[in-house]
Design a protein around this ligand. Structure first.
Ligand SMILES: Cc1cc2nc3c(=O)[nH]c(=O)nc-3n(C[C@H](O)[C@H](O)[C@H](O)COP(=O)(O)O)c2cc1C
Length: 212
């Protein structure tokens, strides 16, 4: 935590808006945030760039080869750099999205690709990988239609497991995740799993924001 008021970054992809189960869990978390500036990034509106010819070339030349970029090359990286600076400025990050095809939606993956820049959020030192986001906290909120508690479904879960891996790779000290599964199951299962996830989200927020 930095001295003074902390900053919480909410990164969300919930294009079903008020109908979104993911958003209900996120709203429960946000309702418990205390003494922290909240900044939001809506990935359904502010869509991250993919790595394509120009920006991938610029990224390699700048972040791997240490070269200075031309104005055009810099411009190709501007959105990724902005999203990376935003993430680096936050003490706590919460990423919320529904599972799509067993993993994270493309916009969320593009956000991770945008912010996982070598030399910014992770690096290579003494031929090993090091995360640069030590001391920070990360929470992922995922909702999914099917139930992943048991095999064979458990091994098909590549949403929360991947997000947790990405945050650990970046060096986050406290990495948590909630999977609200069964959202397309019977109404009673859906409601009970949703309620359980809402409680978990509130409890993590209460724990994090009471800490100084
Ligand atoms: C394009 C698409 C792909 C989906 N893929 C999966 C999937 O692979 N596994 C799963 O369990 N649910 C899948 N679902 C269901 C959603 O993850 C689930 O309904 C979720 O709770 C929706 O979240 P929301 O209410 O926040 O929009 C998919 C839904 C959509 C629209």
């Amino acid at each position: 935590m930095t001295l003074g008021k902390s900053k919480t970054l909410i990164v969300q992809y919930t294009p079903r808006n008020e109908r979104s189960s993911t958003k209900k869990i996120l709203d429960a978390f946000i309702g418990e945030v205390k003494n922290s500036d909240i900044e939001k990034l809506d990935l359904a509106k502010d869509v991250p760039n993919f790595f394509l010819e120009k920006n991938l070339d610029a990224y390699i030349h700048r972040n791997y080869l240490g070269e200075t970029l031309s104005a055009e090359q810099k411009n190709s990286m501007a959105k990724m750099d902005r999203m990376t600076e935003q993430l680096k400025s936050a003490d706590i990050v919460v990423v919320a999205y529904p599972m799509n095809n067993f993993s994270m939606p493309a916009a969320v993956k593009a956000w991770f690709d945008s912010v996982m820049l070598k030399g910014q959020t992770w690096d290579v030192k003494n031929s090993g990988y090091v995360g640069l986001m030590n001391g920070k906290k990360a929470l992922t909120l995922v909702s999914a239609g099917a139930i992943y508690a048991q095999e064979p479904m458990a091994s098909m879960e590549h949403a929360l497991s991947l997000t947790n891996l990405e945050f650990k790779f970046m060096g986050y000290s406290d990495v948590r995740g909630i999977l609200a599964d069964g959202m397309n199951a019977d109404e009673s299962v859906k409601l009970s799993n949703l309620e359980k996830s809402v409680k978990q989200a509130k409890s993590i927020a209460q724990e994090w924001y009471l800490q100084k």
